[in-house]
Design a protein around this ligand. Structure first.
Ligand code: DER
Length: 230
């Protein structure tokens, strides 16, 4: 599909930016997967020398299969480049992430990188955060009900994310649950919302990535790639 071609194009574009010696943050999702596959090919065929920190079990499994050497954040002082997908990108390059329920580790990895490159197809661009996707909130299971009540008081419509290939709630790589907080009118003040969400007892982290992306690579339907920079 055109969307998949666009995802592949931006994944391969960021892989072309990688040089030997780089310490990488390996994102989660179908777009970041294209980058991981392209980097793996360069490791195998060109002898590219890199290490990567995966942002999920999914990213770890794919990186292992592609032959990318893996390290942890205890092995490296910082990352040179982290890449990842997103669910929404605002004109200010603020993001909503977490459709893959990996946003907590993704945010830790992204904040360790000198450069955070976001990879999207054009459908992810929005004028106003929250108009297309909910904000995922990772919560302690025992706190899910009170967190949902608090989200309702804040004007959100919270939905506990249920498994498709699993009965019951989705369980994250941390053993937590995910509540998708829908804001049908969009989000007026993302900064204020991010601060509030981070202080709700039982919340581990949320999918608002504000002021973090240094670059956004947008795969257009016509095959072009737009490079937006902060
Ligand atoms: O879960 C995540 O944060 C992913 O990066 C997601 O936001 C994007 O996934 P996609 O590239 O498969 O659309």
């Amino acid at each position: 599909s055109a969307t998949e071609q666009a995802k592949k194009a931006v994944g391969e574009k960021v892989a072309a930016l990688v040089v030997s010696g780089m310490r990488l943050g390996l994102g989660t999702g179908s777009t970041a997967a294209w980058a991981i596959r392209a980097i793996g090919r360069r490791v195998r065929e060109e002898g590219l020398q890199v290490v990567g920190v995966p942002t999920s079990y999914a990213a770890e499994q794919l990186a292992r299969a592609e032959g990318i050497p893996l390290v942890t954040l205890a092995d490296v002082e910082e990352l040179d480049l982290a890449f990842d997908g997103a669910d929404e990108v605002s004109p200010a390059l603020d993001l909503i992430k977490g459709r893959g329920a990996a946003h907590t580790r993704e945010k830790v990895v992204a904040t360790q990188a000198r450069r955070f490159v976001v990879l999207v197809d054009a459908s992810k661009l929005v004028h106003r955060l929250g108009t297309r996707c909910p904000v995922p909130v990772e919560v302690l299971p025992m706190a899910a009900a009170p967190v949902m009540r608090q989200l309702r008081r804040m004007g959100a419509e919270p939905v506990l994310r249920m498994g498709k290939a699993k009965d019951g709630p989705v369980v994250t790589d941390q053993g937590f649950w995910v509540i998708d907080a829908h804001f049908p009118e969009g989000i007026d003040d993302p900064q204020a919302l991010a601060m509030t969400l981070s202080t709700i007892p039982g919340v581990l982290d949320h999918g608002l990535f504000l002021g973090m992306a240094t670059d956004v690579l947008v795969g257009e339907a016509n095959g072009q790639i737009r490079h937006m920079q902060r």
